[in-house]
Design a protein around this ligand. Structure first.
Ligand code: GTR
Length: 325
């Protein structure tokens, strides 16, 4: 498992001190993932471009491995401007930014390409407005692939196999209801608590993409991975509105461009990491179950759509996403 050591923390603090000595503006950016993870490397690439294009005036310091706190807490701190930047999953926003719930519904996207078309088009801009209303300025959407179930107890091939098992989900009402609709029990908790909760039997499993299953060490304690791909949840890179408003329009344009370029890089790194992590966990003994009856999983989601897609706006949004080609 990747752990933050005291030495690494001290090195980061030393670097931060060195960086801020020569930077006019220093933006602290939070990520739950460790160094080397595609999201962390994406924001680091953005930082390098911004530093170069501002002749070293603007520095972005990336704090990986939840050094600034668990995802939901750091989102709130970014809204209040305590942290300047965040890279977080849409899943952690829940009702803080309600539109993220609609666009993170189970089985909404058909493929990575479909999700890219949606996020890169007018719907992506509409979602950006949703964040702006809540103190965050979105700069880029990153890839987070598809999330699937994994557990420590048994291979899961059908919806029935999930019955009676307890799964960690993100702290998001849609995902809690998703588990209920599948006949399992949902335990919402922060990402950083999942490893020990599986190890001690507090929960039987969780759900995530291959890179997270691998880098978090969850594969070590929950070896049955079912490739049901029930969720595709986009990732966000955003700046606190208070920090953003202090930047000149020229610097804001540099930030936006660098963020967009970093998203292109992140998508490539993501595709590579998904494959590398799948191979790595399989070689280390994870059992990857690919023979899954997905239709039954999709049909089981009907009550979730009934509960969350109730207004004409939400119905229209879901329809437009489904029709995006
Ligand atoms: C990952 C995502 C993280 C975090 C985590 C979780 O896939 O990249 O931002 O949200 O899932 O499950 O908490």
């Amino acid at each position: 498992m990747l752990k933050t050591t005291l030495a690494a923390l001290l090195a980061t603090a030393a670097l931060a001190g060195a960086a801020s000595a020569e930077c006019e503006i220093t933006l602290r950016s939070s990520d739950t993932h460790p160094d080397g993870y595609p999201t962390v490397e994406g924001v680091k690439a953005m930082a390098a471009e911004v530093k170069e294009k501002t002749q070293g005036r603007i520095c972005i310091e990336v704090f990986p491995s939840s050094q600034l706190g668990e995802e939901k807490d750091t989102i709130e701190q970014t809204q209040f401007g305590v942290i300047d930047m965040i890279r977080a999953s849409f899943g952690s926003f829940n009702d803080i930014v309600p539109i993220t719930q609609t666009v993170s519904l189970p089985y909404l996207y058909k493929s990575d390409e479909h999700l890219h078309k949606v996020m890169d088009g007018p719907i992506g801009q509409e979602i950006a407005k949703g964040f702006e209303e809540h103190g965050l300025v979105p700069l880029a959407y990153y890839d987070g692939g598809a999330r699937s179930f994994y557990n420590a107890k048994k291979p899961i091939k059908t919806v029935e196999d999930l019955k009676g098992l307890k799964f960690r989900v993100m702290q998001n009402d849609v995902f809690v209801d998703m588990m209920t609709a599948l006949g399992a029990t949902a335990t919402p908790m922060p990402y950083g608590e999942v490893y020990s909760s599986i190890q001690t039997g507090v929960i039987d499993g969780a759900e995530n993409n291959f890179p997270s299953y691998d880098s978090s060490g969850h594969a070590e304690v929950a070896k049955y991975f079912t490739l049901d791909q029930h969720l595709m949840v986009p990732e966000l890179v955003a700046v606190a509105k208070t920090s953003w408003d202090k930047l000149s329009p020229e610097d804001q344009a540099i930030m936006r461009e660098a963020a967009q370029n970093s998203a292109t890089l992140q998508r490539r790194l993501w595709a590579e990491q998904e494959k590398a992590s799948e191979d790595k966990v399989a070689a280390a003994g994870a059992e990857i179950i690919k023979d899954v009856d997905k239709t039954a999983f999709i049909e089981a989601m009907a009550p979730v759509y009934e509960k969350y897609v109730t207004t004409p706006e939400a119905r229209d949004l879901v329809k437009r996403i489904q029709e995006t080609q």
